[in-house]
Design a protein around this ligand. Structure first.
Ligand SMILES: Cc1cc2nc3c(=O)[nH]c(=O)nc-3n(C[C@H](O)[C@H](O)[C@H](O)COP(=O)(O)O)c2cc1C
Ligand SMILES: CC(C)CC(=O)C(=O)O
Length: 360
């Protein structure tokens, strides 16, 4: 049968399998750091549950012999509208770290955003994929001499993703209980070529404000600037006013402020403001190809995954990406969508508490 998992691994058929595999392989301290979040994990759970509240409405009798999943990010073609969110310290899960993750992104033709706290250099990571779009995540650090935006350009990145949801770290109980710490031989080369791990300057500047930071970045970089971690309609309006290139609706995968709404619900609220004015992407909670189709139907132009990629480091990041692509293709075929632009709000309904399906 045409759709049967082709070359996929029978032991790992879905992202949940990948999570189980990674969870038994990783030491508890790192497994909990990856899998969990702050306090009661309310947002972490709701990010995933939100995708189940939206129901797909398939259109019948569409010729789906040929499905085109291709899309575009930062003006570069990608095989489907999925990218890797910035996640710190890949060497905790695999000795090749971000180089391995980047290799998988390149092999599958998708985008990758590198974390400021990557354990490989930007140059080593981006050398893996000459055809795919890379971006660099940055926070404004206390030490302004740590110029990640300049490193990003040297490394061939097309965009900067400014994280705006981490003025301080969320209260992650697992990190307290497990006394989380980095192995002594692990460093953050993109930050530490300029500073020492013991310097306070390598941490976030909690006083950062956009009115000052965006012009500073524009003066010092010609890369696209995206905001990552937007959760309110008025902040979408601010991003448009400041002329930003893109926004990622994100709650850091439910790792920062527990109790904020699921990103899919925030996307639904913010998309009408952003459409046609600024690129809009989403992350947090994406575990299935059908989740990607739901976000696209709610007007996201791109989706990103965090944990699904780090779980992949235990068994194959490429395998995880291929699983999501296969599931997206099957969803599109069964829903009657031949291309990404066919996926619109007519393909979704919401199940209301009274049990009645409502159109968007
Ligand atoms: C282990 C881990 C490390 C992360 N490190 C960063 C980081 O360095 N910078 C950042 O902006 N976001 C970071 N994030 C958040 C991700 O970019 C992303 O928003 C989140 O993982 C998406 O949710 P998901 O894991 O449910 O896909 C991290 C997430 C995880 C799981
Ligand atoms: C080094 C970090 C603080 C990375 C991060 O953003 C996270 O763990 O969610």
């Amino acid at each position: 049968m045409a759709n049967r998992a082709e070359e996929l691994d029978p032991d790992v058929c879905c992202i949940d399998d990948l999570k189980s595999r990674a969870s038994v392989q990783l030491p508890q301290m790192y497994r909990d750091y990856y899998n969990e979040g702050p306090m009661d994990l309310l947002t972490l759970r709701d990010n995933e549950a939100a995708f189940d509240r939206y129901k797909i409405r398939p259109k019948i009798l569409v010729d789906v012999n040929y499905i085109d999943t291709s899309s575009e990010l930062f003006g570069t073609k990608v095989s489907f509208p999925l990218g890797l969110s910035p996640t710190a310290m890949h060497k905790l899960a695999h000795p090749d770290g971000e180089v391995a993750t980047s290799r998988a992104a390149a092999a599958t033709g998708i985008s990758m955003v590198l974390s400021s706290y990557s354990t490989c250099s930007i140059e080593d990571a981006t050398a893996q994929g000459l055809e795919i779009p890379y971006a660099m995540q940055m926070c404004v650090l206390k030490d302004r001499k740590i110029t990640l935006h300049l490193e990003a350009r040297r490394g061939g990145c097309k965009a900067l993703f400014l994280s705006v949801d981490n003025a301080v770290l969320g209260k992650r109980l697992n990190e307290f209980r497990n006394k989380f710490e980095l192995p002594v031989d692990m460093t953050w080369p993109n930050i530490l070529s300029h500073s020492s791990v013991h310097s306070d300057g390598v941490y976030y500047d909690a006083g950062m404000n956009l009115e000052e930071t965006i012009p500073w970045l524009r003066d010092n970089s010609n890369l696209q600037i995206w905001l990552k971690g937007v959760n309110r309609a008025d902040d979408v309006q601010l991003a448009i006013k400041l002329g930003l290139d893109g926004i990622v609706i994100s709650n850091h995968g439910g790792r920062q402020l527990d109790g904020v709404p699921a990103t899919l619900d925030v996307l639904r609220e913010c998309a009408p403001i952003a459409t046609g004015k600024v690129h809009l992407a989403i992350d947090s909670g994406i575990r299935r190809g059908s989740d990607i189709s739901k976000a696209l139907a709610l007007d996201a132009s791109h989706c990103f995954i965090g944990r699904a990629a780090v779980w992949g480091l235990a068994k194959g990041v490429e395998l995880g990406i291929k699983i999501l692509l296969q599931e997206l293709r099957i969803t599109m075929a069964l829903a009657g969508c031949r291309s990404i632009k066919d996926i619109d709000s007519s393909f979704l309904s919401v199940l209301q508490p009274n049990g009645i399906l409502a159109k968007l």
